[in-house]
Design a protein around this ligand. Structure first.
Ligand code: R5P
Length: 322
């Protein structure tokens, strides 16, 4: 197996490589060497240096700021196949283009459907963590390749249990209800869920939480994605306005749009903590072991499939809500 990193954030890829080598032996997993750069006009240059013929290729790519990365991934996967790779797999701890899952306004592109087709046509499998699912119940609704969706729920619960005294888990919106409750249950504490109305990219309104039952607790806001940080900031403001302590904010994916971290640092927030699905100074919860286990499981399945390759149907019927 060859592990390539295709997003310039090499720390996680090398931790993952080390974890896989520990589990499988150094001879069975090696680092793939790729040259990836951009010409002055922005076009991509990709050169796969390692011999990929008859190899299983795993590409690790953290798909925040996804546009350039997606194009490079497509070029990489097609080249690896042309060069004779047995299979090419995508490990995208943060899977982009999952939030536009509906045509909210006439004429809008349902980007989640198209991005999933691009990836499904070029990769043999997909491993990701806590993908944003709202209207889709499963990735299989839009991805036609086998996918393994891992969860950071237990890791976040473990972190809260071990590091935060008297926690109260708070989900900032109804979408977060299921897993805010799950994290709280695993952490052995209570949870409450707020309701959120988004008025625009940077404008979010959040209902007032009923905190009076938990006067001495440490609020812990959890969400799958922190992008502009507005959801966390608004929720934190409301918690503090009601007499609660400044919350600790835990996000699975710290996407952090420009200015987000600075705004959050100025807000009523005690601490910002993320999982290392995207490399960032706030990473305190590691998903590396989970990814390694999933890759090994996937490789076993692929080895079986290589004997009798399945035929995937790539003709996903696009649904048009309007
Ligand atoms: C939305 O549906 C997600 O679960 C997050 O709540 C959202 O992406 C957070 O975005 P922001 O940080 O921009 O408020």
């Amino acid at each position: 197996m060859l592990i390539f990193s295709l997003d310039g954030e090499a720390n996680n890829a090398s931790c993952l490589l080390a974890e896989l080598q520990n589990r499988l032996g150094k001879d069975n997993v090696q680092q793939g060497d790729v040259v990836q750069r951009h010409f002055p006009d922005g076009e991509s240059y990709i050169k796969i240096v390692s011999e990929v013929k008859q190899q299983h290729v795993v590409v690790v790519c953290q798909l925040h700021q996804p546009n350039n990365k997606l194009i490079d991934l497509m070029f990489f996967a097609e080249t690896a196949k042309q060069l004779g790779a047995l299979s090419v797999h995508l490990v995208a701890p943060y899977l982009a283009y999952m939030r536009q899952d509906k045509r909210f306004n006439l004429g809008e592109c349902i980007t989640s459907q198209h991005a999933s087709i691009w990836i499904s046509e070029r990769f043999d499998s997909l491993i990701t963590i806590d993908r944003h699912l709202h209207r889709y119940k499963s990735l299989d609704e839009i991805y036609s390749i086998p996918s393994d969706v891992l969860h950071a729920t237990d890791l976040m619960a473990e972190y809260i249990r071990d590091n935060i005294p008297s926690p109260l888990v708070i989900g900032p919106d109804s979408e977060s209800e299921q897993w805010a409750n799950a994290v709280a249950k695993l952490a052995g504490c209570d949870s409450i869920v707020l309701s959120k109305v988004r008025h625009g990219d940077h404008e979010v309104e959040i209902s007032l939480p009923e905190l009076e039952k938990y006067p001495d607790h440490q609020p812990v806001l959890i969400d799958d994605i922190i992008s502009t940080g507005r959801t966390m900031i608004k929720a934190a403001d409301n918690i503090v306005a009601l007499g609660g302590k400044p919350p600790i904010c835990i996000g699975v994916h710290g996407v952090f749009a420009p200015g987000a971290i600075e705004a959050m640092q100025l807000a009523n927030i005690a601490e910002i903590i993320t999982c290392n699905t995207i490399e960032h100074a706030s990473n305190k919860i590691s998903v590396i072991e989970k990814l390694a286990v999933a890759i090994i499981k996937m490789q076993k399945q692929v080895n079986k499939r290589v004997l009798e390759p399945p035929k995937f149907d790539f003709n996903i019927q696009l649904k048009d809500e309007l």
